[in-house]
Design a protein around this ligand. Structure first.
Ligand code: AMP
Ligand code: MN
Ligand code: MN
Length: 319
């Protein structure tokens, strides 16, 4: 059965999003949630991590259940902006039986998608999952009210960094226009996303930028746990830093290495277009888009840098 029919048929829907939630997953979850409410359906929104402080402005965000223990009975699970069930973290691992017993719909735009579900809507030409939700609501003839429009525009503005990424198409802009016409306040959203930097975040970035390295077309820096403590910053405040590095003129690839408690390193990669970093991330069991991808490594910061810089060098040589 198609996603549309599964959603129309369900009375209770569980909407799930990915670890380290961003504006696209949160905007898409809330946009779909408000639409489900208007269709007279019951629903629950679940995330395996906390909503970052920077996204608490999105209306309805208090509905999101963070790190649920066990999911309640439901007719349908909808996983958004998630290329692999593992990206649902504990929401997946602690509810394997439920994932086996009810239909699962996956709506995603990552080229590295390998989600096996009852129905997968994969559109790697979409700049954001929120864009896909707009199409789906149209197909189901569900009207988009101003609050739903706002949430979905948050998804598009944040995943396209304000319509600046290479995957921003005329379709993206058309969909954004349709949301603005339905009442989404574009400049308010931009202010909430880009003009609300805590000092701790800039001081963390300043610290990391003062230690920037450039070699053979790769620019990179690291965030240590010690730097986070020193700057009184939270882990989520690294969000956006790699995109600053991606603007470096001399580099084809930008990388951010973030030390995670417990002995692992989160690697974020950005490409100016020459190298396909989604391919590299897949080799390391991660994923993403050709110009923005990520993965985790179980090793020290030094080992991660050595391994990744070598692999990026090889990728650049082949490209
Ligand atoms: P980030 O570097 O965390 O901003 O992520 C860039 C893109 O890669 C986003 O679209 C993420 O969804 C994706 N991504 C990051 N880490 C992973 C991972 N471990 N597995 C799959 N996709 C990832
Ligand atoms: Mn996302
Ligand atoms: Mn997305």
């Amino acid at each position: 059965m198609e996603a549309k029919q599964l959603i129309l048929k369900a009375r209770h829907v569980t909407v799930a999003g990915h670890i380290s939630p961003d504006g696209d997953v949160i905007g898409s979850m809330l946009g779909l949630g408000f639409a489900l409410a208007s269709m007279g359906k019951e629903y629950v929104l679940v995330l395996p991590d906390n909503v970052p402080a920077s996204l608490k402005f999105v209306p309805g965000v208090e509905q999101i259940v963070e790190k649920p223990k066990k999911l309640a009975a439901t007719d349908l699970i909808v996983a958004l902006d998630t290329s692999d069930p593992k990206r649902l973290g504990s929401v997946y691992h602690d509810n394997l039986d439920l994932f086996q017993s009810v239909p699962v719909v996956n709506i995603d735009h990552h080229i590295t998608n390998n989600f096996v579900a009852t129905s997968v809507i994969l559109d790697s030409s979409a700049a954001a999952t929120a864009e896909q939700i707009v199409d789906l609501l149209h197909e189901m003839s569900v009207p988009i009210d101003p609050t739903t429009a706002l949430c979905l525009l948050v998804g598009i503005v944040s995943d396209t960094q304000c319509f600046r990424t290479a995957n921003t198409t005329s379709r993206t802009l058309e969909i954004a226009v349709s949301l603005i016409e339905r009442g989404a306040p574009l400049s308010w959203i931009v202010d909430c996303l880009y003009k609300a930097l805590p000092v701790s975040k800039l001081s963390l970035w300043g610290n990391a930028l003062s230690d920037i390295r450039l070699s053979g077309g790769i620019v990179w820096t690291c965030i240590t746990q010690e730097a986070l403590h020193r700057c009184n910053a939270s882990g989520e405040e690294t969000e956006g830093l790699v995109d600053v590095l991606a603007g470096v003129k001399e580099a084809e690839v930008a990388a951010l290495f973030k030390e995670v408690p417990g002995g692992s390193v989160k690697v974020s990669l950005r490409s100016s277009g020459k190298a396909d970093v989604a391919r590299l991330a897949s080799d390391f069991k991660g994923g993403g888009h050709p110009r923005a991808a990520g993965f985790s490594l179980e090793c020290s910061l030094d080992e991660a840098q050595e391994l990744v810089i070598r692999s990026v060098n090889r990728l650049l040589a082949e490209s």
